[in-house]
Design a protein around this ligand. Structure first.
Ligand code: ADP
Ligand code: ASP
Ligand code: MG
Length: 599
C-alpha cells in the first residue's frame, strides 16, 4: 500500500476546528487506499510564545533546556490530532521524535538527523493506524531531546517520507503553493506550479520561508516529490520536483531576508591561512556564515566581509573579536541595518547580463549595493534594511516574475516518470547507498570537484560607494558581449567599495579596456587584473548548512600556501578563485579534502 506523508504547519493546527479539518484530510487519504503518516507542528504561534517566555527568564537560555521546552509544542499537537482522529472513528497513534527513533547529533536547537527507524511506524501503519509524528524534534545519543531549528517540521516530514519510501509528501500550510516571492511581502507575486530542487533549495535558504531548506536537501538527496498546498482549500498547489517550471526564464524567484548582519574585518594580513582562521573561529562558534567577500587591499592587507543572521550576533561578536586579535587584523565592524535580496534561477547560468539587469533596476530605484555575491544560479545583494521591500519589488518587476513564462510546465501530481530522468539526479537506490556510507542522513555529500582554467580576474577598487556603479560597469561589459561569471563586491580600503569579477580569458583585454573606461569616468577608481586564475568548484548537497565546508576547503589550500582571491557560496556549490599557476595542485587538495563525502 502506498504511504503518504502529510505535514500540517502551525496555522493549520491553530485551533480545534483546524485540527479536525486536518484529521479529515488524513482520513480521506486513508480512504483512497494509502497508509498515512501525519507530521504536525506546534499550534499557531506556540513556539514563538515559548521562545519569548524563555527570553523573559534568561538572556541566553541553555540550548539543551530550550529544546526541552520547544519540543513540548509539538507534543501537544500530536496528542490532540490523535484524539481528533479517534473521535472521527479511526485508529491513530501519536509519537514523539524519541518514540519514532529520530536520532540526531547533539547540536541543540539546530540538530541534524542522523538516522530514523521505520519499524515502529511501519508496524502501526500495517495495523491500520494513522501515525502522527511530532515535527521538529529528535533525540541524541544520550536521550537528550533535540530540535532541528525553526521551521524544522518540514524537514521531519520529508525525512520520514524518504525513509518510508512514501509516494509523496504533502506540506499543508497557510499559502496555496510556492510563489515567485513571499506573497505577503509582495502581493504581485505569482504562484508557480512546479519548482526544481536546486532553485527551491536556494530560495528556501535565501529567505523563502515556505519550506525549511533542509527539507529540500532531503527531497533532493532521496528523490522525494513535495507538494506544497493550502490546508484551507486542499486544492493542488506547487510540486517540488527535480526540474522547475521553466527552462527559458533566467530567474525563477526572488527572496528577502531582513535579519542579516554584515561583518567586516579590515587590515587582515593578506596571506594564505588568514581566511581559514576566521572561518574556523566562526565554525567553532557554530555560526553559519554567508556572502563571503574577500578583497585584496593595499599594502598586503585584505578586507574580509561576510554576513550572519542577527540571532547569531552575540556569538559572532565574541568569535570575531577573538580572531581579529589572533591574526593581527586591524579592526572589525558589524552593520545590522542591512537586508539581503536575492534572485535565483537555473537559467541565469546560460544567459549573460542577468546580474546587470538586477543592478540596473536597483540603481534606478536609487538603492545602494553594500555587498554583492553571485554564483551560477543566484545573485545576492545586501541593501539598506529600510529599502529592502523596494529592492525586492524592483527585482521582481525587472525579471517580470509576475508573468508566467512562455514555456511554463503545467501542474502535474505524479513525480517524473522514469522515461524522463534527469541525469543530474541520483536514483533513489543510489541515494540510499550513498547515505549508508555517510555517518548520518543529513551529512554533507559532495558530487564533484572541478577545475576551470578558462577565466581571468578583473578588480576595480577604490570605487565611491554610491548607487549605480555596479550597473554601469556590467552594462559596459555586457555591451562588449562578454560573459561575466563570478562577481563579488564588498568594502574596500577606507570604506570605498571594491569589486572583483571573472571573464573568459580570451576576452580579458576587451573587458579590461571597458572597465578602465568606466573607472576613468567615475574618477579615482583603480583597476587591476590577473590574466590567469583558476576556478575550483565543489558541488553537492548541504554546502551552506554545514558550517565546516569553508574550513575543509581553506585548510588544505592554506597548508599548501595557495592564496584564495575570490569566494562564493551557494546551497549547491562553492567556488573559489586562486592563482592560475596553482590550479591543478588546488584541485588535488580539494579532492582529498572531500574524499570521505564524495558520492
Ligand atoms: P507553516 O507554519 O505551515 O510551516 P510557514 O509560515 O513556515 O508555515 O510558511 C508559510 C509562509 O511562507 C507563508 O505564509 C508565506 O508568507 C511565506 N513565504 C515566504 N516565501 C514564500 C514563497 N516564495 N512562496 C510562498 N510562501 C512564502
Ligand atoms: N514549531 C516549530 C517552529 O515554529 C517547527 C515548525 O513549525 O516547523 O519553528
Ligand atoms: Mg514552516
Amino acid at each position: 500500500m502506498p504511504i503518504i506523508v502529510q505535514k500540517f504547519g502551525g496555522t493549520s493546527v491553530a485551533d480545534a476546528e483546524k485540527i479536525m479539518a486536518a484529521a479529515r484530510k488524513a482520513i480521506a487519504a486513508q480512504d483512497e487506499g494509502n497508509q498515512v503518516v501525519m507530521v504536525v507542528s506546534a499550534m499557531g504561534k506556540n513556539t514563538d510564545m515559548l521562545v519569548d517566555l524563555a527570553g523573559q527568564l534568561s538572556e541566553r537560555p541553555p540550548a539543551r533546556e530550550m529544546d526541552m521546552l520547544l519540543s513540548t509544542g509539538e507534543q501537544v499537537s500530536v496528542a490532540l490530532m490523535a484524539m481528533a482522529i479517534d473521535a472521527l472513528g479511526r485508529k491513530a497513534v501519536s509519537l514523539t521524535g524519541a518514540q519514532i527513533g529520530i536520532r540526531t547529533d547533539s547540536s541543540h536547537t539546530k540538530a541534524r538527523i542522523q538516522s530514523i527507524s521505520t519499524e515502529r511506524m511501519q508496524t502501526l501503519l500495517d495495523e491500520g493506524n494513522i501515525v502522527i509524528a511530532a515535527g521538529f524534534q529528535g533525540i541524541d545519543e544520550d536521550f537528550n531531546i533535540t530540535t532541528l531549528g525553526r521551521g524544522g517540521s518540514d524537514t521531519t516530514a520529508v525525512a520520514l517520507a524518504a525513509v518510508l519510501r512514501a509516494a509523496s509528501c504533502d506540506i499543508y500550510t497557510d499559502v496555496d503553493g510556492v510563489y515567485t516571492t513571499d506573497p505577503r511581502k509582495l502581493p504581485a507575486a505569482r504562484r508557480t506550479r512546479q519548482a526544481g530542487y536546486d532553485e527551491m533549495l536556494e530560495l528556501a535558504s535565501l529567505g523563502a520561508g515556505v519550506l525549511h531548506s533542509r527539507s529540500v536537501e532531503f527531497a533532493k538527496k532521496f528523490g522525494v516529490p513535495i507538494h506544497v498546498r493550502s490546508s484551507a482549500t486542499g486544492e493542488p498547489g506547487t510540486m517540488v520536483l527535480p526540474e522547475g517550471e521553466s527552462l527559458q526564464n533566467p530567474v525563477s524567484g526572488a527572496a528577502l531576508t531582513k535579519n542579516e548582519a554584515r561583518v567586516t574585518l579590515s587590515g587582515v594580513p593578506d596571506r594564505p591561512g588568514s581566511s581559514l582562521q576566521i572561518f574556523t573561529k566562526m565554525a567553532e562558534a557554530n555560526v553559519p556564515i554567508d556572502m563571503i567577500v574577500q578583497n585584496v587591499g593595499a599594502e598586503g592587507r585584505a578586507e574580509v566581509s561576510f554576513t550572519v543572521v542577527q540571532s547569531d550576533l552575540s556569538a559572532t561578536q565574541a568569535a570575531v573579536a577573538a580572531v581579529v586579535e589572533q591574526i593581527g587584523a586591524e579592526r572589525y565592524t558589524i552593520a545590522e541595518d542591512v537586508a539581503k535580496v536575492s534572485v535565483v534561477g537555473l537559467g541565469m547560468a546560460r544567459q549573460s547580463g542577468v546580474a546587470m539587469r538586477m543592478f540596473r533596476a536597483l540603481a534606478d530605484a536609487g538603492i545602494n549595493l553594500r555587498m554583492i555575491t553571485t554564483s551560477e544560479i543566484k545573485i545576492s545583494v545586501l541593501v539598506e534594511e529600510s529599502r529592502a521591500l523596494e529592492a525586492l519589488q524592483a527585482v521582481h518587476d525587472v525579471f517580470e516574475l509576475q508573468r508566467p513564462p512562455a514555456d511554463a510546465r503545467p501542474f502535474r501530481l505524479a513525480p517524473p516518470s522514469p522515461a524522463e530522468p534527469s541525469d543530474a539526479e541520483p536514483s533513489d537506490a543510489d541515494a540510499v547507498a550513498v547515505v549508508e556510507h555517510l555517518a548520518g542522513m543529513e551529512d554533507l555529500r559532495i558530487e564533484e570537484v572541478l577545475l576551470d582554467e578558462s577565466q581571468a580576474r578583473i578588480t576595480i577598487s577604490e570605487v565611491d560607494d554610491k548607487p549605480g556603479i555596479a550597473a554601469t560597469v556590467f552594462e559596459e561589459i555586457a555591451a562588449g558581449e562578454i560573459f561575466v561569471d563570478m562577481i563579488v563586491q564588498g568594502d574596500g580600503a577606507g570604506g570605498r567599495a571594491a569589486m572583483s569579477f571573472t571573464v573568459p580569458r580570451g576576452q580579458l583585454e576587451a573587458a579590461l579596456a571597458r572597465t578602465e573606461e568606466v573607472a576613468a569616468s567615475i574618477g579615482g577608481a583603480k583597476v587591476t587584473s590577473s590574466p590567469e586564475v583558476a576556478k575550483l568548484s565543489v558541488s553537492g548537497i548541504g554546502l551552506r548548512t554545514h558550517a565546516d565546508v569553508a574550513i575543509r576547503m581553506f585548510r588544505p589550500l592554506a597548508e599548501a600556501g595557495i592564496n584564495v582571491e575570490m569566494i562564493n557560496t551557494s546551497e549547491v556549490r562553492v567556488n573559489v578563485i586562486v592563482d592560475g599557476a596553482r590550479g591543478t595542485e588546488a584541485l588535488q587538495c580539494l579532492q582529498q579534502a572531500f574524499a570521505d563525502v564524495m558520492r
